[in-house]
Write a protein that binds this ligand. Structure first.
Ligand code: MN
Length: 248
């Protein structure tokens, strides 16, 4: 996509997306959403049949050079010898099954883990968590796959997980963690942090008394507001600064 001056805006768009993906890795590490394992991906901005994801490396140290490009079936685009994440099929299956999704996280944020195995709803109980949606389904790999190494390491498992996700923004994985999806990297970071905060707040509230959840209408109206451009940009700036990249 060259313009009259010879500038390649297609490359600009892709490079801006890759920079945002690197920063999203650093933010999610800084905010204790993603630790040594877990990952974040983004759909290719010019080709919806591809996505970008780091090589198998902890998000805290991911750089531009670590980013790899995949087909939605999880095949590497080039003959890149580096090892990809075994659980990359989570991302490809969701991008295939959910054309509205532009970015995906998979993580094991510790406050979320109890809700993957006990019958206490993780429904939003404060406004900033409204972005996680009304119902948070739990996917149990036992149901279709029996005893496994607990990794979502095939397209069949990825699609099974995507079916549990349905048209929602979050699904939990029993005894494992969570996936979050959003239209953009900024949105999926907000959803991932909202999920972690909501889980921690429900636990601290239950120690004191009864939890009052937001209503369906409150969740809808508040999440529409928070996921709009101005609040998302404001939150993103804050997380970028906390990750050490303020003012860039
Ligand atoms: Mn995992």
């Amino acid at each position: 996509m060259l313009d009259k001056t010879g500038a390649d805006h297609g490359t600009d768009v892709v490079e801006a997306t890759l920079t945002r993906l690197v920063i999203a890795n650093r933010i999610l590490a800084r905010e204790d959403i993603i630790d040594n394992f877990g990952h974040v991906s983004v759909r290719h901005p010019l080709n919806p049949e591809r996505y970008f994801l780091a090589r198998s490396r902890s998000p805290e140290v991911v750089t531009r050079d670590d980013i790899m490009e995949f087909t939605l079936d999880g095949e590497k685009i080039s003959d890149d010898p580096r090892s990809p994440y075994k659980e990359r099929h989570i991302h490809g299956a969701i991008y295939k099954d959910r054309p509205d999704v532009g970015a995906v996280t998979h993580h094991h944020a510790r406050p979320v883990l109890p809700f993957t195995m006990i019958d206490i709803p993780l429904r939003p109980m404060f406004h900033m968590a409204s972005v996680i949606g009304t119902e948070i389904p739990v996917w149990d790999s036992q149901d279709e796959f029996g005893d496994t190494n607990m990794l979502v390491d095939s397209m069949a498992m990825g699609h099974s997980l995507a079916r549990t996700l349905g048209d929602g923004r979050v699904a939990l994985l029993r005894g494992h963690g969570a996936i979050c999806v959003g239209a953009s990297l900024q949105a999926v970071v907000m959803i991932s942090i909202g999920l972690r905060d909501n889980a921690a707040l429900i636990q601290s509230t239950l120690a004191l008394g009864k939890v009052t959840h937001l209503t369906d209408g409150e969740i809808q109206k508040t999440s529409d507001m928070l996921l709009s451009d101005v609040p998302l940009a404001r939150a993103w700036d804050y997380w970028v600064a906390r990750a050490g990249y303020g003012g860039l």
